[in-house]
Design a protein around this ligand. Structure first.
Ligand SMILES: [Zn+2]
Length: 214
């Protein structure tokens, strides 16, 4: 079973990918991680990639393909792949089809964690933590029992992450949409796109994904 997992930052993609790996023995193929690992290990493709990155250039589709090809060989046919952050262009989507076919595989599902942008903004901008013990709170969903006092440690100091602001969240959504726009129509036409409510409880999202995987 090979899938692409899509979703904007804050949709819970990392959590769900982790669960898929744990429950189904799947492997997450994140091109960024694979690239870093190859550079660190000094493999032939890693050495090539490092030279390109050191020159300040973007790593080509060809190099990314080599990485995925090697990973699919290493995984073997029985381990399902979760593609994350790839493909981002129509050309890459075609390349991926070719690579999978070469290994006797094909893409089964493209699963998008759907979010309501305003709800996501509320979810992210409302969160804050105790400056002393790190306990997490939320303006709407989880206030301290005594206003302004941490339940866990009694501290009255709290902090917010600077990028948990509306502008940043909306910008990330925009970037996400522009990245998925080129690849979604092709997959829609093949009838393999499914959407899951990413705003639901984590366990419910997992069940919905499991139901799609069958
Ligand atoms: Zn505290």
């Amino acid at each position: 079973m090979d899938i692409i997992l899509l979703g904007p930052p804050g949709a819970g993609k990392g959590t769900q990918a982790h669960r898929l790996m744990e429950h189904h023995g799947m492997r997450q193929l994140s091109t960024g991680d694979m690239l870093r690992a190859a550079v660190k290990a000094g493999t032939p493709v890693g050495i090539k990639a490092k030279a390109i990155m050191d020159a300040g250039e973007l790593v080509s589709d060809e190099i990314v393909s080599e990485l995925i090809d090697a990973e699919l060989t290493a995984m073997g046919p029985d381990t399902g792949a979760i593609f994350d952050g790839y493909p981002r262009t129509e050309k890459q989507a075609e390349i991926l089809d070719g690579l999978l076919a070469k290994h006797g595989r094909s893409l089964d599902h493209v699963i998008e964690l759907d979010v309501d942008e305003d709800a996501l903004v509320a979810r992210i901008t409302g969160r804050y933590t105790c400056a002393n013990c790190g306990e997490g709170y939320h303006d709407t969903f989880k206030q301290p029992e005594v206003e302004g006092v941490c339940d866990k440690c009694g501290s009255t100091e709290f902090k917010r992450r600077p990028d948990d602001n509306e502008e940043t969240v909306r910008h990330r959504m925009q970037v996400y949409r522009s990245e998925t726009a080129p690849i979604l129509p092709g997959y829609e036409a093949r009838g393999i796109v499914s959407r899951v409510d990413g705003m639901a409880a984590i366990g419910d999202v997992t069940h919905a994904i499991d139901a799609i995987l069958g």
